[in-house]
Design a protein around this ligand. Structure first.
Ligand code: NA7
Length: 552
């Protein structure tokens, strides 16, 4: 599917938004409809949806409950949309996105199938010039980068990639047509969320499935199910109140959508302060309920190493009780601390290993050396396959921005500034890049929160900021180096007090060869909201506000 041909445009706007995922669409609607600014949104894909546009692999599902994973800006929208399952599938989320685009008439201001190639700030005019691969040249007073935290697919540079004669797919670049696995020999590389979601579905059809695992992740059952009659109505009856309550909980995500559900975990105790029996019962209740109830079973699973290990022990026993082959069970049992890698919600992943047509290949002890004409060669073995599925993840949080040519004051390149790891103030702005706002960027809560709620908060903050500048005739806003340094230090200090930094993951950039190790998201929604409000209350403390000038 490709966007229709069109003539290159040369236009000036108040605001240019880059990216038509949840963040970019929220930004477009708000700056246009609530603030009345002129705006253009530029999107590389042929349609809206961001990750939900690209991740069409079978089994793709959100790990936030459907009743929570939606926009809060319109009560009418909240009321009219109906979800069907506890965790929405990719097609359902994409339908929701397309409904939003249509309902709020967003497409007329979006240029699909257009990739921004360069973005440069002109200090003399205080304008950003954006150029695209369609030959467009846009001028903007402000730019909102909504390019996504998990939008730059990564395929490890295995030698021999071009030699393989079979089909290859990356989960994050899945084709629009159905992919047939029936009767085929398939290898899937990667066992993060994407691999764990897609593998059991491929296994149903494939002649044989080789699951190539380098690190066993932590996966807990999603316990997905159709929404029960009345369940959705109960939420809709008090959506506004519930959203406010969810947004005030850590990560803006409640472990249950319905406050009327049985309270299976309270999360008010340490895993270390209870006896073995109480701990086991609590873990068991959370495991049976499914989803991130397990995360919230105790208040220190992601903070104390000893608590995290107790979660590991419980999961080890669960895996041993599900996976019949003890060698495989042992291999798929995680050894790193619970929570260092993003915890996965699965539907039948461990059960899949009991199928005769599924083999776990431990590519930690026997690494992949190359692709060949007929398959994959590890150091000690050869796997001839018809299809290779790369579930190898993303250049997370920074990739979409560092791959773009973004030049701030004096031609300074963002990718150079971020060479040793990203720096920002509030994850929203970078010193030397005036009027360039980032949504869901590094050092913002984004992926460690209900990302739609976090996006809406940041979009609201940015809009209020632009309005503030305009009512005072201020042309530019820019993070000060001092405030930026303090924010980076704060982000790192908070992370260092948790489990997150104790292992290798995309949270720390460890999945990309040569990427600087740095903790990428900010742990602390809703504390983040309070901080952002405080900054505004103090007259945009930590930001340098540019000269007051007549608008050109
Ligand atoms: P992830 O979570 O980054 O998973 C990628 C997987 O690919 C992971 O198991 C990696 O193993 C594996 N991988 C990467 N490179 C290699 C090589 N060279 N050899 C073998 N295996 C490799 O990406 P996902 O798409 O699953 O999920 C991303 C996020 O999307 C997820 O966290 C949710 O937030 C939604 P490793 O663990 O690095 O050893």
């Amino acid at each position: 599917m490709s966007a229709p041909d069109r003539k290159p445009e040369r236009e000036a706007f108040d605001i240019i938004v880059v990216g038509a995922g949840f963040a970019g669409l929220a930004a477009l609607r708000k700056v246009r409809d609530d603030l009345g600014y002129s705006v253009r949104l530029i999107e590389a894909a042929a349609g809206a949806g961001g990750v939900w546009y690209w991740n069409r692999y079978p089994g793709a599902r959100c790990d936030v409950e459907s009743l929570q994973y939606s926009y809060g800006f319109s009560e009418a929208l909240s009321q009219e949309w109906c979800w069907t399952e506890r965790y929405a599938t990719q097609p359902e989320i994409l339908s929701y996105v397309n409904h939003v685009v249509e309902r709020f008439d967003l497409a007329r201001d979006i240029r699909f199938g257009t990739r921004v190639t360069s973005t440069a700030f002109d200090g003399t005019t205080a304008r950003w010039l954006l150029e695209t691969d369609r030959g467009d040249r846009y001028l903007a007073r402000h730019v909102i980068m909504a390019t996504g935290p998990l939008s730059t697919p990564h395929i490890p540079p295995f030698p021999g990639q071009d030699e393989f004669q079979g089909e290859t797919y990356h989960t994050g670049l899945w084709p629009h047509h159905p992919v047939a696995f029936r009767g085929k020999r398939v290898a899937i590389i990667g066992t993060g969320s994407s691999g764990v979601q897609v593998a059991p579905i491929i296994a149903e059809d494939a002649a044989h499935l080789y699951v190539m695992q380098r690190t066993a992740g932590h996966s807990v059952p999603a316990k997905n199910r159709p929404l029960r009659p009345g369940e959705q109505d109960a939420v809709k009856a008090r959506y506004g109140e519930l959203r406010a309550a969810w947004n005030s909980t850590p990560g803006a995500t409640a472990w249950r959508s319905l406050p009327t559900d049985e309270v299976v975990v309270t999360g008010d105790k340490s895993a270390l302060e209870v006896d073995d029996e109480e701990r086991r019962e609590t873990f068991e209740r959370a495991w049976s309920y499914g989803g991130y109830a397990f995360h919230r079973a105790f208040n220190d699973l992601l903070i104390r190493e000893a608590a995290s290990q107790l979660a590991n022990e419980f999961i080890r026993e669960k895996i041993a009780s599900i996976v019949k082959d003890p060698v495989t069970a042992d291999l798929v049992t995680p050894t790193q601390y619970y929570g260092t890698k993003r915890v996965i919600l699965d539907s039948g992943y461990y059960e899949m290993f009991n199928r005769p047509n599924v083999t776990l290949v431990d590519v930690r002890s026997d690494p992949i050396e190359r692709l060949t004409r007929t398959g994959i060669e590890t150091r000690n073995a050869r796997y001839d396959v018809d299809v290779i599925v790369f579930a190898t993840g993303y250049d997370a949080m920074t990739g979409s921005l560092t791959r773009m040519d973004i030049r701030g004051r004096g031609g300074m390149l963002l990718r150079d500034v971020w060479k040793k790891g990203p720096v920002s103030y509030l994850g929203l702005m970078v010193a030397g890049f005036p009027n360039l706002f980032i949504v869901a960027g590094p050092q913002s809560p984004s992926v460690l929160a209900n990302v739609i709620a976090a996006n809406e908060h940041q979009v609201g903050w940015i809009c209020a900021c632009v309005k503030y500048l305009d009512t005072r005739g201020i042309e530019t806003i820019e993070a000060t180096p001092e405030a930026q340094a303090a924010w980076v230090q704060h982000v790192n200090e908070v992370a260092a007090a948790t489990i997150y930094t104790k292992g290798d993951s995309w949270y720390v950039g460890a999945n990309i060869e040569g990427k600087a190790r740095a903790f990428l998201p900010y742990i602390g929604f809703p504390r983040y909201v309070a901080k952002c409000e405080d900054v505004v209350g103090k007259g945009y403390e930590g930001f340098a506000l540019g000269p007051q000038a007549a608008r050109g």
